[in-house]
Each structure stands twice: as structure tokens, then as C-alpha cells.
Design a protein around this ligand. Structure first.
Ligand code: RB5
Length: 147
């Protein structure tokens, strides 16, 4: 299952993304926001981040105006590796090398066509493992340290 969430800045793109996932028969759960009214992106980055970190969701996609604020929020959750991507190459490498489990998109930065293509790339690419597994483990290690 793919957890998706956005603030008001990403609301319209989230609606398009849901239609797109439905067309592909991919299961998703919408963690809000549920209207275009102004709201606070940290809440939605947290909700999707927790769904992925707990194993409730396999992957997450989060959207705000730039993708920046909501990716910062999601990355505060232990176990989340959220990657803000503005191109397909970054989305592919975020999966292959970083084992990113959450994709962040900027709805005011990207056109919807590119944004959906980036999401497809992210969802369709596997982690390479090997030497990258050691580096990803080091990222997890950072979460266990204080300060
Ligand atoms: C909301 O206006 C905007 O600040 C938000 O969507 C996002 O871009 C923050 O990083």
C-alpha cells in the first residue's frame, strides 16, 4: 500500500496522483489533507512518515508547494528516508542507491505530467543493495545517536 499526503499546496496534485494510481490498480491510502483549505504541512509529512515507518505502508508520496517542508517533516520520523525529487533520474537513484521509502514532490515546481512520471519511476525502481546497503545502514545508525 502506498501512503499519500499533502498540504493545501499539494492538494490538487494529490487528487491527480490518486486517479493515476487507481488507473494502475495500485493500492493507496490518503492521509489528507482532504480539502484545499490552508493547513500545516508538518502534520501530513508526519502522518505519511509514521505509516511507512510502522510498516503499515510500503512506500509514501508526500506533496506540498515546494516539497521541501513536507520532506523535512517526514525525515524527522525514525526509519523514514524521504527524497525530494524534481526529475526522474533522481527518483530512480533515490530508490537504487538510497532505498528512499518516501517520495516528496513540489506541486508548485513541477507540472503534473512530470510529477506523475517521477512517481512512476520511484514506485517502479528497486533498491540495488550491495555497497549501498552499508550506507543506508549508516543512515539508520545516525538516528540512534544523540545530538
Ligand atoms: C504553503 O504555502 C507552502 O509553504 C508549503 O506548501 C510548502 O511549500 C512548504 O515547504
Amino acid at each position: 500500500m502506498i501512503a499519500i499526503g499533502s498540504d493545501h499546496g499539494g492538494f490538487a496534485l494529490k487528487q491527480e496522483l490518486m486517479r493515476h494510481l487507481e488507473q494502475q490498480g495500485l493500492a493507496y491510502k490518503d492521509y489528507g489533507t482532504y480539502t484545499a483549505d490552508s493547513c500545516d504541512y508538518p502534520a501530513y509529512g508526519e502522518a505519511v512518515g509514521r505509516a511507512v515507518a510502522s510498516g503499515e505502508a510500503d512506500r509514501g508520496i508526500i506533496i506540498c508547494g515546494t516539497g521541501i517542508g513536507i520532506s523535512i517533516a517526514a525525515n524527522k520520523i525514525k526509519g523514514v528516508r524521504a527524497a525530494l525529487c524534481g526529475d526522474c533520474y533522481s527518483a530512480e537513484m533515490a530508490r537504487r542507491h538510497n532505498d528512499a521509502n518516501v517520495l516528496a514532490l513540489g506541486a508548485r515546481v513541477l507540472g503534473p505530467g512530470l510529477a506523475l512520471k517521477i512517481a512512476d519511476t520511484f514506485l517502479g525502481t528497486e533498491f540495488e543493495g550491495g555497497r549501498h546497503a552499508r550506507r543506508v545502514a549508516m543512515l539508520g545508525e545516525l538516528e540512534t545517536r544523540e545530538g
